[in-house]
Design a protein around this ligand. Structure first.
Ligand SMILES: Cc1cc2nc3c(=O)[nH]c(=O)nc-3n(C[C@H](O)[C@H](O)[C@H](O)COP(=O)(O)O)c2cc1C
Length: 320
């Protein structure tokens, strides 16, 4: 019944869907207990119960995570969180292409801000610990100072990893085109004592990838591959956005394969266009340690995870 409701919600205007599904999850109406799917993976010496989880962007402020993690996922990403509160871009900020299992978004990094988030963090973490999920906090900073302030503010909290979002279409120009400044950021964040992942952009020249992969390898950072692909979209208020979902899957897979061929040995979170269990297995076999979904979640809600667990189990047993 609830899955039918969620399918119907997808035919409503995207912003309405986004807000309605958030309200449904946050209210506890969509309170979905998933399988106990055991497929342990090890990331930076820590065992994670299974490699499937949620990427950044669904739970930007940490209000939904404890409800979503009940689906039995191995990891959950909260954020991106910005230092100051931000309303994001004016609406419309999402255009959906259900036939393509895709969407374009330019949310513009809306966030309640870091201070608000940190005040609620202990409560969020204690709930997530009980559910056994690996917790990743995604930070979006507009300068090195902003990133460092937030990283320092997370010291002492028991988060499993922090993801540095340097690749949001909202501001990625400043990080991705200014290699010197990005290099300085990656040098500065090395002082952070916890596990760090750098989230890579799509649609960048190969030299950038070679350089950033090399820096991440040297400094012991993991990689999240990848963020959305920037494109023009007249249906969005700012005229552009990031393409996510099924069409980006081949690009994401080939980037993961390349990065491993270049000798990158640190953890990789594969993220982009995953809708089926066979894609999860495919990314794991090609170098990812964990696999996340965002657009599939936006279309199906937390039910997507149980389907993926079943399909992964079937896919693995078929090959035995
Ligand atoms: C509505 C929406 C909001 C997003 N917000 C963020 C964000 O705040 N930070 C971030 O790093 N990535 C964000 N992303 C990118 C996703 O985390 C992911 O990298 C991308 O969508 C590819 O995965 P997918 O095809 O499974 O959606 C967002 C994506 C969507 C669709």
């Amino acid at each position: 019944m609830l899955t039918q409701v969620i399918k119907l919600i997808n035919y409503l205007p995207p912003e309405f869907t986004y807000e309605t599904s958030h309200a449904l999850i946050r209210s506890g109406i969509v309170n979905y207990r998933g399988y106990e799917f055991e497929m342990p993976v090890e990331v930076n010496g820590k065992s994670i119960k299974n490699p499937i989880g949620l990427g950044a962007g669904i739970d930007k402020d940490g209000f939904l995570a404890p409800w979503i993690a009940r689906a039995g996922i191995g990891f959950i990403t909260i954020g991106s969180i910005t230092l100051k509160p931000r309303p994001g871009n004016p609406k419309p900020r999402i255009v959906k292409y259900p036939g393509l299992k895709a969407m374009v978004n330019a949310m513009g990094l809306p966030s309640r801000g870091f201070t608000d988030f940190v005040s609620r963090l202990p409560g969020i973490l204690s709930k997530l610990r009980r559910l056994g999920a690996y917790v990743i906090i995604s930070l979006a900073g507009f300068s090195i100072g902003e990133f460092m302030y937030m990283l320092n503010g997370l010291r002492g909290y028991d988060v499993d990893a922090v993801e540095l979002n340097i690749s949001s279409p909202t501001y990625r120009g400043s990080w991705v085109t200014d290699r010197e400044y990005l290099g300085e950021l990656l040098r500065s964040v090395e002082a952070f004592p916890g596990v760090l992942f750098v989230k890579l952009p799509l649609g960048v020249d190969i030299e950038f990838y070679r350089w950033v992969v090399n820096v991440a390898e040297k400094r012991g950072f993991g990689l999240t591959i990848a963020n959305t692909l920037p494109i023009k979209e007249p249906g969005i208020s700012v005229g552009y956005g990031g393409l996510s979902g099924y069409p980006i899957y081949p690009i994401v897979k080939s980037l993961i394969v390349k990065v491993r061929r270049w000798g990158f040995r640190n953890p990789i979170i594969g993220l982009g266009g995953v809708f089926h269990g066979r894609q999860v297995v495919d990314l794991l076999r090609n170098g990812a340690d964990m696999v996340g979904v965002v657009t599939a979640f936006a279309y199906e809600g937390p039910f997507v995870f149980n389907r993926l667990f079943k399909e992964v189990l079937m896919g693995l047993s078929e090959r035995l």
